[in-house]
Design a protein around this ligand. Sequence first.
Ligand code: 5GP
Length: 179
Amino acid sequence: MIEDIKEVLVDNKKIEARCEELGKEISKDYQGRLPILVGLLKGSVPFMAELIKHITIQVETEYMVVSSYGGGITSSGEIQIINDLTISPQGRDIIIVEDIVDSGLTLDTIIKLLKYRGASSVEVACLLSKPDARKVEVDVKYLGFDIKNEFVVGFGLDYDQLYRNLPFVGILKEEIYKK
Ligand code: 5GP
């Protein structure tokens, strides 16, 4: 698996250190409240796991299965909710936990949906952002890292459902796409 990687963009040490900082910030900002962290599956799993280790206040965790990419490396632009929350967001403080913000369409849709359903606040924690790829503006309050506009894999991010288990974020060699 590792031999398919051309370049490591964010190594595991950096990810862990940044998650610790973000966890502390969230703990401070939500002191005295009980937020729900809503992870968007499947990509947010490693980020969610690393982040919550560093949150020192009580939180609830929920997940949604959202699909935006068809399996290749280009976005379909359509967002489908395949599995929804198990509880109502009405009157609750929500922190959406996401792997990457690219065009912004996924997060924009989910933020609007949760607000429409009566959440009292909706913020975003996102491991990666590609600012140059944005089609709609999204306010990411808790951001891990800005990266260049390239397709990345690892730490939850897949290519055709593979590479999610890499402990770092990297770029695949071109020949992998051409197989
Ligand atoms: P957006 O709606 O912001 O365009 O895209 C968000 C979703 O697209 C992410 O949750 C992720 O599933 C997928 N995505 C965007 N950029 C990348 C990338 O560089 N690598 C991978 N593996 N998925 C990406």
